[in-house]
Design a protein around this ligand. Sequence first.
Ligand code: BES
Ligand code: MN
Ligand code: ZN
Length: 465
Amino acid sequence: MSAVSPDALIASTAPEAADATPVHFVGPDAALDGAARDWAARLGFKGKPGEVLVVPAGSGGGVDRVLVGTGKTFDPMSARALSARLPEGLYRLEAEEADAGAATLAFLLGRYVFDRYKPGKGRSGVRLVAPQGFDVAEALNIAAACALAREMVDTPPADMGPLQMETIAREIAGAHGAAITVTTGEALLEENYPAVHAVGRAAAPHRAPRVIEIGWNLDRIDRPLIALVGKGVAFDSGGLDIKSAAGMRNMKKDMGGAAHALALGRLVMQAGLDIRLVVLVAAVENAISADAFRPGDVLNSRKGLTIEIGNTDAEGRLILADVLTRAGEHAPDLTLDYATLTGAARVALGPELPPLYTDDEALAADLLAAAHAVRDPLWRMPLWPGYRAAIDSDIADVRNDSAGWAQGGSITAALFLQKFAPATGAWAHLDVFAWNSRGRPGWPEGGEAQGLRAAYAMLKARYPG
Ligand code: BES
Ligand code: MN
Ligand code: ZN
């Protein structure tokens, strides 16, 4: 799935690179020279974000250069829109080295189109010459990781069930010589994943719940072990506590956490980072049947903690409880989990700023610094101990919904996960939305990778290959 076509980017040393049209990023106060200035005045180009001005070369019909408006400050991420905004052709970006590099990666991210059911949709003939010294292979891998996560999210639930997640995981493991184990259906009970089984058992047999575990370099015990964990709810109907029509409409994206964990895992393996890696995905469908788990049930968990079900729609934390416990059995040095866990995260920070939870100060600092550097934002939220009492249960060790007084639903969900997080090493949880709600050039409405490039940059800085 989702190969990023590498021909959109050519090396600066390629012969045709000499014929590329320059792209200048221009703000409202830029001093333009002669022909460009007159042309800009004639066509009302002001250097605002989203404006594009093609400056002709003489009268022969050729193009001298293209001006792209930036507004007051140039954000290289705006280059995500270039595929859609520029006329077909080969270009080179005129910007400082760091900005040109960031903009080139942004251009690649902006080329993603979900055309599985409409082949050829939105195909673009815009190509770029990579800046000098730019690591083309790495950028293509990063863009491909983001595209994989987005494509998995965009794929309808009928075509992206637990089995399809398993198939993608097997492809990734196979391509990198990693081991993979998949525990499915009734075997989840024998192998002690009771919460994953309970949440997923209402699904049709061909969509049976499963735990997918990839292990890479596990014999290299001199290296630190990193665990990546993902929520893979192929479709979240809410279960017996059924969602409203509007609330259910986009719940194909509820496997976004699994998509992020798998895509980041692949990127780490491609880069050959100096770590051991475990990727753990709980893949289920939160369906409704006579055998569905119920509000009022008490589930067991792999850790042995009993969980009272207050709401079957708080299913993500249940399946994550078991796979976080499993991650802990590897005694990881670092565990990152991705999950489309709560609607409350979006209420708190909006859809474009994922909450980051961790009690490890060094990890928070490194992740936030990386997020800033690669323009893949995260915002730290507190694992506030004062709200722990909101997930107490009278009849079990913990409950899966939280008492109304605490509000802060993204926080109380994170506090629930914290009870199951590995005892060794640091743990961080990203409550991602995994979706662009407003479509605009370069950011089509649909699946989005969030906190993936940030985590990769953090891992690469800590454990260079
Ligand atoms: N998958 C949803 C969370 C979600 C909803 C993410 C909308 C993004 C957009 C999750 O399983 C869920 O339903 N959470 C409930 C929890 C509640 C029942 C305690 C929620 O957030 O409303
Ligand atoms: Mn739910
Ligand atoms: Zn869910």
